[in-house]
Design a protein around this ligand. Structure first.
Ligand SMILES: C[S@@+](CC[C@H](N)C(=O)[O-])C[C@H]1O[C@@H](n2cnc3c(N)ncnc32)[C@H](O)[C@@H]1O
Length: 227
């Protein structure tokens, strides 16, 4: 049935898929439908968890979210969608937008980049625009360590998903953790599934009395900074 609809009536198929997601997950389902169309590395479960983290656990007034590693905007769309009903939210997305990274990932990125007709930054911006998140999303082209000084405000949530080498993940943690407010949330992608860098930083730094409410969602892990 699914194959039949996809083939003979893709618009009806798209509409039904959107409706089912909307009925099942509400606004998060709408965001998930957009996120599914964006190239990236999140499972549906992880995407929905990112939405939940910003939507349920951040304050209503002026929450600040920083993402390290945005690629084409899949995770940014979910983080941003969760902020939509807050007052003056801010989402900062740091990425060199050039496919740089650890040696394992760089090969995967370059295969994808070869097939793109626009720049990575343009694709990211189009995806953010399509999701209606432009008013409070700031793309930050460059590396996490280049933005540390410029983004000096207190942060409510930091999502670390950039270079996956141990030293790079550790540097991201050391740079951004002090900016996180008490009660703020830190999240890492790829703490499971054969990525030793994020996994080791998570084990060494987050399994510590400084952090509570440690949770996992597929290979995403997050924790709350003790107040
Ligand atoms: C795994 S992808 C991010 C995927 C994205 N979070 C998503 O779920 O759609 C990692 C991204 O981080 C970028 N990157 C690599 N090193 C970085 C660094 N030091 N700071 C920020 N971004 C970095 C890569 O170029 C790539 O675009």
């Amino acid at each position: 049935m699914k194959q039949f609809l996809m083939h003979f009536s893709p618009r009806l198929y798209g509409f039904l898929r959107w409706t089912i997601l909307w009925l099942k997950f509400g606004y998060a389902g709408r965001a998930l439908n957009i996120a599914r169309s964006i190239n990236g590395f999140l499972t549906d479960q992880e995407a929905l968890t990112l939405y939940k983290l910003t939507n349920r656990y951040l304050p209503i007034e002026s929450p600040v979210v920083v993402e390290i590693g945005s690629w084409q905007g899949k995770s940014a769309v979910m983080l941003g969608a969760g902020l939509r009903n807050k007052h003056t939210p801010q989402l900062y997305c740091i990425d060199p937008f050039n496919g740089d990274g650890d040696s394992y990932s760089k090969n995967i990125y370059s295969n994808t980049l070869q097939d793109l007709n626009s720049s990575l930054l343009d694709i990211f911006l189009n995806n953010i625009k399509a999701a209606g998140l432009m008013p409070f999303t700031t793309p930050c082209p460059g590396y996490g360590y280049e933005w540390g000084e410029r983004l000096s405000m207190p942060i409510n949530l930091v999502f670390i998903d950039g270079n996956h080498e141990y030293s790079a993940v550790l540097a991201d943690y050391e740079l951004w953790e002090p900016k996180l407010v008490p009660g703020g949330i830190i999240a890492f992608h790829d703490v499971r599934g054969g990525h030793p860098g994020p996994q080791r930083v998570f084990e060494e730094k987050i399994r510590h009395p400084k952090w509570k409410d440690i949770r996992f969602s597929d290979s995403l892990a997050f924790a709350k900074k003790v107040e």
